[in-house]
Design a protein around this ligand. Structure first.
Ligand SMILES: [Zn+2]
Length: 279
């Protein structure tokens, strides 16, 4: 079974004690890949370092809405540089969070919009965080999607709605705008009916899965640290909800992630760029 965790923060100090063992458990669970997202400049640089050191690890660079208040001009210069870096696959994690409001709303809006523009400029997909901000975020993303004709220049989806928490109607509207919907390990919680309905009804071609490690462990590990190996539990729950074999859900969500992050494309482009041997 091949799995892909589309949202982790394994650069977090919560993994400093056992990062290698955790990565070994992820491989044992069948993880073909994971996307490690930054939340500020330093954590984005750490994500790149992990992607360089570990196979199957991709990096995203970006500023999380919680950290928007810390974005000064030197930080923008560095984030812009990182966005253009070929080792960065995705711009994220970006978005709006009006639940915790750790940064002022106005600042969050400016930082989010500027990063959407940056993603369009470098033609990379985005990973979007949205909490209690749907009414503000949707129109912004809609306008951005229209500007790009709903696709990246190379035909890929525009990005992923991370830790999706809306209902099925909203999920379908984001799919129409050119987004994949990420089902988080919290789909295993008994009270997660709304997310379970999204996981059951959405077309399999639009779904990806994530843990958001170290946050949000599945039901079996509540109150503890989450880790990428547990993405298997999200897949098992989705398979049960849909009445489909787990290996089928695993393969489809992995292929969706690989298409979104251009993994096969990067490999074949690199292969085709090899100069033919002279005889
Ligand atoms: Zn996150």
């Amino acid at each position: 079974m091949r799995l892909f965790d589309t949202h982790t923060h394994i650069q977090s100090s919560k993994f400093d004690g056992d990062r290698d063992a955790m990565l070994a458990r992820a491989r044992e669970a069948g993880l073909a890949g994971q996307l490690v997202l930054g939340w500020d400049v330093a954590s984005s640089e750490q994500a790149i370092a992990l992607a360089e050191a570990q196979t199957g690890v991709l990096a995203a660079s970006g500023c999380h809405p919680h950290d928007a208040r810390d974005m000064d001009e030197p930080s923008w210069e560095r984030l812009t540089e990182l966005a253009r870096d070929p080792r960065v696959a995705v711009i994220g994690e970006i978005g709006l969070d009006f639940y915790r409001n750790l940064s002022p709303k106005e600042t969050q809006l400016q930082v989010f919009s500027r990063q959407l523009d940056l993603a369009a400029e470098v033609a990379k997909p985005v990973a979007i965080h949205c909490r209690e901000a749907e009414e503000t975020l949707f129109p912004l993303v809609e306008a951005w999607s229209r500007r790009l004709d709903g696709r990246l220049a190379d035909g890929r989806p525009l990005g992923v709605m991370h830790y999706f928490s809306g209902d099925i109607d909203l999920a379908e509207r984001y799919v129409e705008l050119g987004f994949a919907i990420s089902i988080h390990t919290s789909v295993t919680y008994p009270n997660a009916q709304r997310l379970q309905e999204v996981a059951r009804r959405l077309d399999l071609s639009t779904l990806v899965v994530e843990t958001d490690s170290p946050y949000g462990p599945p039901q079996s590990h509540r109150g503890k640290r989450n880790e990428p190996a547990y993405v298997a539990e999200a897949v098992a729950k989705i398979a049960e909800l849909r009445g489909e074999p787990a290996h089928q859900v695993a393969e489809a969500t992995t292929e969706n992630a690989e298409r979104l992050f251009a993994i096969g494309a990067a490999t074949s482009a690199a292969a085709s760029m090899q100069a033919p041997r002279s005889v």
